[in-house]
Write a protein that binds this ligand. Structure first.
Ligand code: AMP
Length: 556
């Protein structure tokens, strides 16, 4: 007879893992635990250990926020919500809050009679019911179920239950450890487990198949999203072309990635993070059925939203359309979407994943007729830098991000950011900014100024307004030199911070300019990187606020 593990046993394993710092030891602990599980436990425990309740592909949420949790916990423990909030402020750990709250309660129940321990599977089934509750009265239903779970928990169980519910497990079991642990538990290599995972993105199912020796039966499956292949960045086009040789050059469309599954049951569209986009894209979905000339297919592409002038709209507009669950009819008029298909992973029962891009592409061209809202992405096959450059300029002129260079003989490698696909896009125009402060480094860098506060000039008042802080870019030698120059300019020191006379100008690169209430300029640089000192520029010649505003608008 099968004996199912209690949630208490699960909590004990979590506690042991939490105390351990070595990833190898943690992997062993997880592997040992997985080995002891029955199939129905093996389906769910990998996710619970990773602090998740449902696998990514399910696009399913528990729908429990902090106030709902407090409500349930307060009913189960007799502590009021203010006390719980206070406890959270003290400990910073929702698990600890639940543990302490339930401690008092458990001592009472001990007098009233024993405790019955729930199994992991029982807890999971209740969590599923919590997720299912929706609509009117669902909040009360969720609270009741959660109250029941806490009332049946010992303090230790409550700790991990609360963390699980809030998605804050804190036991350092991530995808890498889970992959290795499954491999170790059932005698397979991490690569074999990884490959199967990329196809069905469900560690529960992968663990069961590994245990049964059926890992090689796992392949691409219709209506189960496959992890998407990604690209590496290549700042230098000439170098990229040299590395690739003759390759496929495509526009890097400025939109959102979509994976489209077509089958007898209908059509389903997934985002890169496996959100189900079928409903928000209902108009495009209708066309898919018409333009795809086979019964079953999995297609990869980019959804682009256009404005009235025919330029692609910024990414956040597409998201707005895609995330909107209501008013789809109006949105589709307001934001028309076009899908450009660039890959094909599966056709009529046959997986094309291991076939070279060239073959996948010709299959794609054969099965898809262009439609009003769907077309096959234009592809240019070339080994010439000048040809790739022309495609690049056209893509930018059309308002897209840049280009993709793809190795024609490479397979589709799910979830991999490898060298078979390279992306090339413009580096943002750099900014010249005045250094107004710095922080001394830590540890072996304590004698070096290591991060630098940067400011632009407000051309109206002449004031220097901070726009960010740069800490990456300079080499150790450059840091020494910068420290020598800047130490001469220290006006004031507070702890590790020094205020500097504004004399030096840095050229900095960045990924994006964002609006920010945290800096006096009202803007902040995302991922700023030191390029060089502009010896040739005085602070008065540094970039001003108008230029930052202009760049912000340009790259919006
Ligand atoms: P990044 O998000 O910068 O790593 O760039 C990769 C993303 O570019 C993909 O996930 C797609 O969403 C997008 N993309 C746009 N056009 C293409 C294309 N022709 N081939 C592949 N990816 C593309």
């Amino acid at each position: 007879m099968e004996t199912l593990k209690t949630f208490f046993e699960f909590a004990e394993v979590c506690e042991r893992i939490e105390k351990e710092s070595s990833s190898l030891v943690i992997t062993d602990m997880v592997a040992d635990f997985l080995k002891e599980l029955e199939e129905e436990e093996l389906r769910i425990c990998p996710y619970l250990l990773m602090g998740k309740i449902f696998p990514e592909w399910m696009d399913r949420e528990l729908g429990v926020g902090k106030s709902l949790l407090y409500n349930a916990l307060s009913r189960a423990s007799g502590r009021n919500e203010t006390e719980l909030e206070e406890l959270l402020r003290e400990t910073g750990d929702i698990g600890k809050v639940a543990e302490v709250a339930m401690h008092r309660r458990t001592q009472q129940t001990l007098f009233l009679g024993g405790e019955e321990k729930l199994t992991i599977v029982e807890i999971y089934k209740t969590l599923e019911k919590i997720a299912e509750a929706s609509g009117k009265g669902s909040q009360t239903t969720k609270v009741r179920y959660l109250e029941y779970l806490f009332s049946s928990s010992s303090p230790k169980e409550a700790r991990y239950l609360a963390r699980l519910v809030m998605g804050e497990m804190r036991i350092k079991v991530g995808e890498g450890i889970m992959r290795d642990a499954i491999a170790k538990a059932f005698g397979k290599t991490p690569e074999e487990v990884e490959r199967a995972y990329m196809f069905i993105t469900d560690f529960g199912e992968v663990a069961i198949a590994t245990k049964k020796g059926e890992l090689d039966k796992i392949g691409i499956t219709l209506f189960r999203p496959v992890k998407m292949m990604l690209a590496q960045i290549s700042p230098d086009l000439e170098e990229a072309m040299k590395e690739m040789g003759t390759c496929a050059v495509e526009w890097k469309y400025d939109g959102a990635r979509v994976q489209i599954h077509v089958g007898n049951e209908g059509v389903k569209v997934f985002s890169r993070r496996f959100e189900d986009l079928t409903k928000p894209l209902v108009d495009v979905v209708e066309e898919i059925k018409e333009v795809v000339g086979v019964e079953k297919a999995i297609l990869d592409g980019e959804a682009v939203a256009y404005d009235k002038s025919g330029k692609p709209k910024a990414f956040q507009y597409i998201l707005r359309r895609l995330r909107r669950k209501y008013g789809i009819e109006e949105k589709k008029e307001e934001i028309p979407i076009h899908i450009f298909l660039f890959d094909c992973l599966y056709v009529d029962g046959e997986s094309l994943i291991d076939k070279p891009l060239k073959e996948r592409r010709s299959k794609l061209e054969r099965i898809v007729r262009g439609g009003k809202r769907i077309s096959v992405a234009t592809q240019t096959i070339t080994g010439e830098v000048s040809v790739a450059e022309k495609v690049y300029r056209d893509a930018l002129d059309a308002g897209h991000e840049g280009i993709m260079l793809k190795n024609l003989s490479s397979p589709y490698i799910p979830g991999r950011r490898g060298k078979h696909w390279l992306k090339h896009k413009p580096i943002m125009e750099t900014l010249d900014l005045v250094v107004v402060g710095a922080d001394w480094g830590k540890g072996k860098h304590a004698h070096l100024l290591s991060s630098f506060y940067l400011a632009c000039i407000d051309e109206n008042t002449g004031e220097l307004l901070e726009v960010g802080k740069v800490a990456t870019g300079p080499t150790e030698d450059e840091l020494k030199e910068l420290t020598n120059i800047l130490s001469e300019l220290i006006i004031e020191q507070k702890g590790t911070y020094v205020k500097l006379e504004p004399k030096i100008v840095f050229e900095v690169a960045y990924e994006e300019i964002q609006k920010s209430p945290n800096y006096p300029s009202g803007y902040a640089l995302r991922f700023p990187r030191f390029v060089r000192v502009r010896d040739d520029k005085s602070p008065e010649e540094a970039d001003n606020l108008s230029r930052i505003e202009e760049l912000y608008r340009k790259y919006q």
